[in-house]
Design a protein. Structure first.
Length: 447
């Protein structure tokens, strides 16, 4: 049997050099070949798909997190019941020991940005495949040379997230030193560890990167990572600017969800869908076809099946091709989630979608006085929490003016604005800039 590190290296080499598609037609042929193999050899092993005999994805129904959790046992090929593994995942969250497995399977708990609890299963073979693919898609050339050189120290990766997993620690090897930093301990607690063991690669959610940048600018954090990756949340321009000011690096992004490794940043800074391993269908959210919700099928997974899985994320398309030449489609931004889209009536009474990026841009244009903000919609009122530098009344007036311009540009009725103080997030909580808690009464809100 091939040693784990060699198997991971094989996945790395295959992804880095063999699956580097430059022609869209070749990529789509590859996807169809893999899908047919998936339909034939993997789908029948899960009770839900047994007997379905699809020839195309259109022959299969959509699913989402609620669907998966409602019939958990039928969507995995091992017949594992939710009642069996949920206690393991919950115990890991409580004890902060994320190493236990069930029958060789890594069990994890995903709260997701939406807060809806999910459980995921990953086999050892899938973990090794994921690790090889991830490194192949994210390591820049200079760090690849570092990794492959026996004369260099091991590549040090510092990873900040709410929860650890055997999935992530698979990266540990003789040539990679992986260190998990628990977000529940806070950023300040991690500073001495980072100073004692400075990372080559820093991976964290954008607010954490921003907090680490502040520690560096204040002279308390003394690290110079050569590669920085934002995960788990939307990377805003202010986050990226703070990181660049502190570390001299522009952060890349990974679009990684419980449902799969979905996108990565290329050397030109574009976010590419990981279409060599995941089929992405688009559900358009506007008539101009500028934004869509992804429906994904991961044809590399063979334990917990993700087939025509509708994500709640909003992706904005990139208008022009990426100069890197990759055939995998690139996207301009991950804007947030569908439940972060606000809805307000036009003068005609028709519902109009206000995408979260519109709100972020309006706040950005107000200026540096806004240090943090959060917007929640309740009917025809927007509750706006602000953390400010300077005169609050002037900033509130500036925010109101920017939003008034936006309402006029979109041709919609202006909501009431209610300003409050910004509430500090709990440790480990995901940042949600914009939320639609309730739509205006009687308004039909649909894409």
């Amino acid at each position: 049997m091939m040693p784990d590190v060699l198997l991971m290296a094989a996945h790395f080499a295959r992804t880095r050099w063999l699956l580097d598609f430059r022609q869209r037609e070749a990529l789509e042929r590859w996807q169809q070949q893999r899908l047919q193999q998936f339909f034939t050899h993997v789908l029948p092993r899960a009770a839900h798909f047994r007997g379905s005999q699809p020839t195309t994805l259109d022959d299969l129904p959509y699913m989402d997190k609620a669907t998966l959790m409602a019939d958990f046992q039928a969507y995995n090929t091992r017949g594992v019941a939710l009642e069996t593994v949920l206690p393991i995942a919950l115990q890991a969250e409580t004890s902060r020991d994320f190493s236990p497995v069930y029958d060789g399977l890594t069990v994890g708990l995903s709260s997701g940005t939406s807060g809806n609890r999910g459980v995921f299963l990953v086999s050892k073979a899938e973990r090794l495949r994921w690790a090889g693919i991830l490194l192949a898609r994210t390591l820049p050339p200079h760090l690849l040379k570092h990794l492959l050189s026996p004369w260099h120290a091991p590549l040090r990766i510092a990873f900040f997230l709410r929860a650890n997993s055997n999935l992530y620690t698979t990266l540990n090897s003789r040539r990679i030193q992986f260190t998990f930093h628990d977000l529940l301990r806070g950023v300040e607690a991690a500073v001495p560890q980072l100073n004692a063991n400075p990372p080559d690669v820093l991976v964290a959610p954008p607010p954490v990167l921003r907090a680490l940048a502040a520690e560096a600018l204040a002279g308390r954090l003394h690290i110079q990572p050569s590669h920085i990756i934002a995960v788990a949340e939307v990377l805003e321009s202010r986050d990226a600017d703070s990181v660049h000011s502190a570390f001299g690096r522009i952060p890349h992004q990974i679009y990684q969800a419980t449902e799969g490794f979905l996108a990565y940043t290329c050397e030109h800074g574009s976010l590419h869908l990981n279409e060599s391993f995941v089929q992405v269908e688009r559900e358009w959210l506007d008539v101009e076809h500028t934004r869509f919700q992804p429906v994904i099928t991961d044809f590399t997974r063979d334990t917990q099946l993700i087939v025509r899985y509708r994500l709640n994320d909003v992706l904005r398309v990139r208008a022009e091709p990426c100069p890197c030449g990759r055939a995998e489609h690139s996207i301009a931004a991950i804007e947030g989630r569908a439940d972060e889209v606000l809805w307000l009536p036009a003068s005609s009474g028709k519902a109009v979608a206000i995408f979260p990026d519109f709100i972020r841009r309006a706040m950005l244009l107000v200026g540096e006085q806004i240090r943090e903000f959060a917007v929640q919609q309740r009917g025809m009122t927007l509750h706006i929490g602000l953390l400010l530098e300077g005169d609050s009344s002037q900033v509130q007036q500036a925010v109101a003016a920017r939003l008034a311009d936006l309402w006029q540009e979109l041709g919609i009725q202006a909501p009431m604005l209610h300003f409050t103080d910004w509430q500090v997030l709990l440790l480990g909580a995901k940042r949600r800039r914009v939320q639609m808690l309730s739509a205006p009464e009687g308004l039909l809100c649909t894409f």
